[in-house]
Write a protein of this length. Structure first.
Length: 118
């Protein structure tokens, strides 16, 4: 089992601090109450129920005890993440180094004329 892996499981028990999950591969895991969803959870029993099938993401895995720390929240946040698509075009030609290059001779000439006035 690797951190970041998405695994299916069934909730086998619920406590005020989190939910215990039996994973497909036979290992057990815990979804801490802070990893259930973004924001405050007043009552965990209103959000999850015993026997509910869930898709979770592995946050941590203890190889010695063979137990996993799981998260539903990371999968929820993943759904809301939209990739920014960068549009390459010449519509923004007035920004960058090109305008500086074009105006540098003019600015240099103006500066020399200003300095030579004295």
């Amino acid at each position: 089992m690797k951190i970041g892996q998405k695994v299916r499981g069934t909730i086998t028990g619920i406590k005020p601090y989190g939910a215990f999950v039996s994973l497909e591969n036979g290992t057990m895991g815990l979804i801490h109450i802070s990893e259930i969803k973004t924001g405050y959870i007043d009552n965990i029993y209103h959000v999850l129920s015993v026997g509910q099938d869930v898709l979770v993401q592995v946050v941590d895995f203890d190889e010695f005890t063979q137990k996993a720390s799981l998260s539903l929240r990371t999968l929820e946040e993943e759904k809301h993440h939209f990739q920014h698509r960068h549009r390459f075009s010449n519509s923004r030609y007035k920004i960058g180094f090109k305008p500086l290059e074009e105006h540098l001779p003019i600015w240099t000439k103006e500066a020399i004329e200003y300095l030579n006035k004295d």
